[in-house]
Design a protein around this ligand. Structure first.
Ligand SMILES: *Cc1c(COP(=O)(O)O)cnc(C)c1O
Length: 497
């Protein structure tokens, strides 16, 4: 299998090449040049396998330049060694006949980013060895919180790679800051930038775009790369859990082999739900992929009307990991829906860049609507759903998951579709404890005392506080470095010397 750019005629790369490069030179995203279609008995063959062994089989379809032993070693390092707090890795919780929850937050940082960011570093490190690349890679991350910690956990102590995370001094929660400044590992740097998230993000972008600076780095034996969700190595791990969820539902007799399911996905950058689209194209019996947004409902509008328009107010919501106005991975969907029409994709992306909008033709929209359904929920509806789900099922959902739940219920009401739904749950409720407690019992919210809220949530949910958060009570601070936003380049240079 080869990887090509969504926008142009760039040379074809192997999976290893695409994972090292991250983004294509023409600004496009790497996509596989064909989507493998699995044989009838493939899904059946997954039923009695562990998550790790399911992952090996599915990844092998896309990472054809990796040997079986290489894929296997990467998977074991990512999902083995008790890094996840449950053997099933991504369990499906069945709450009622038609309500199933796919929990993607049992990894070290209690959010779904771990599913991909545990595996990407292994794939990248192996790719460096396979291709004979001698440079040491520096992963630069600007974070508003969650991605930074998940990337640090994934990349710590990985061969031939260093990771540097810049976070805004006044832009992350107390819990998120503690998670990052206590990060262990011999290749990690964590730096507070005096400024907000945009300042940190702009600083990182400037470093990537500074040719002179990159040349100097290369001469010193280093090469920059990024861990954000446009890298193919972050997308491919996510395909696995769609198959795994289906296999589990068959195993538990909730579905018969071949029955269809819907997945309802809380969506931001369109990475998670796009992995579901690949799974469907590979032959997984998916009826609809339901895209759930918060008040930043740019995707709802697009999937309903065919017009993508980012010229709108940005809302800070209770589901901050979905506060996004440019969903980068949509570009990959447009490429596949149009059968690989790169010229068209390029024109739309240029229009998005210049005018902030584009409109796809009726033919595209019809094909998109065959597969996708979309709606959104505001913070009030989301909080109401956290409460009603708890009352009905004694299950505590986080804010992102609750957005999906609200949209799932509306989908059923509007369409009358009785296909089994799987709600994709992307974060532990502990990760967003203040919003979750506010929805369940306002009197338990203790501003400024995060640990009291963990304890309160433990009482309500009957679920243990995740180790990664619990351990922050007594943690040692290892990273105290700070810098002015103008000095980020200097910091990178000094760290590699
Ligand atoms: C990143 C994230 C999302 C959005 O996922 P995309 O792949 O960007 O669509 C949803 N929920 C949580 C908790 C996240 O961290």
């Amino acid at each position: 299998m080869r990887y090509i750019s969504t926008r142009g005629n760039e040379k074809e790369l192997t999976a290893a090449g695409a994972i090292i490069a991250g983004i294509a030179d023409d600004g496009g995203l790497f996509v596989p040049n064909h989507i493998p279609v699995l044989e009838n008995n493939f899904i059946e063959s997954l039923i009695n396998l562990s998550y790790q062994n399911r992952a090996k089989k599915i990844l092998a379809e896309f990472l054809t330049d990796y040997t079986e032993a290489e894929v296997s070693a990467c998977v074991e390092r990512a999902y083995g060694n008790q890094k996840f707090d449950i053997d099933l890795i991504a369990p499906v919780v069945n709450l009622s006949e038609d309500t199933n929850v796919l929990e993607l937050w049992h990894g070290p940082t209690s959010a779904f980013k771990d599913m991909a960011l545990q595996l990407l570093p292994q794939l990248m490190s192996t790719a460096l060895k396979k291709t004979g690349e001698k440079a040491e890679i520096i992963i630069l991350v600007a974070t508003s919180g969650d991605t930074g910690k998940a990337a640090l956990e994934g990349f710590k102590d990985v061969d031939q790679i260093r990771i540097m995370v810049f976070y805004p001094q006044e832009g992350v929660s107390q819990m998120q800051r503690l998670q990052m400044v206590s990060q262990k590992g011999n290749n990690v740097s964590v730096i507070a930038v005096h400024g907000n998230f945009d300042d940190a993000q702009t600083g990182v972008k400037n470093i990537f775009n500074d040719e002179e600076f990159n040349k100097n780095l290369n001469e010193a034996g280093f090469q920059l790369s990024s861990a954000n969700s446009i890298n193919w190595g972050r997308l491919v791990p996510q395909i696995v859990y769609y198959f795994s969820a289906y296999a589990d539902l068959v195993k538990e007799n909730k579905l018969k082999m071949g029955d269809k399911v819907n997945f309802v996905v809380p969506t931001g950058n369109f990475g998670n739900i796009l992995a579901g689209y690949y799974a469907k194209r590979m032959g997984l019996p998916v009826h609809k992929l339901i895209c759930a947004s918060n008040a930043n409902n740019v995707l709802t509008d697009f999937l309903q009307t065919g017009t993508y328009n980012r010229n709108r107010a940005f809302h800070k919501t209770a589901s901050p990991s979905m506060d996004i106005l440019i969903s980068s991975n949509l570009e990959r969907l447009l490429f596949h829906i149009g059968g690989g029409d790169k010229v068209q994709v390029k024109a739309w992306m240029e229009s998005l860049n210049k005018n902030g909008e584009y409109t796809v033709g009726a033919d595209y929209l019809a094909k998109i609507k065959e597969v996708f359904w979309a709606d959104w929920a505001d913070d009030t509806k989301t909080a109401g759903k956290i409460k009603s789900v708890y009352e009905k099922h004694q299950y505590v959902a986080d804010t992102h998951t609750a957005v999906a739940w609200e949209v799932a219920d509306r989908y059923k009401k509007v369409t009358g579709d009785t296909t089994v739904n799987v709600i994709v749950s992307t974060a532990s409720p502990y990760k967003f404890n203040a919003s979750v407690l506010a929805a369940l019992d306002k009197s338990k919210v203790t501003e400024g005392n995060e640990f009291a809220m963990l304890d309160a949530l433990e009482k309500i949910s009957g679920m243990k506080v995740p180790e990664g958060l619990d351990s922050l009570r007594t943690i040692k601070i290892l990273h105290k470095q700070q810098c002015e936003k103008e000095d980020m380049k200097k910091v990178v240079m000094s760290l590699v010397k």
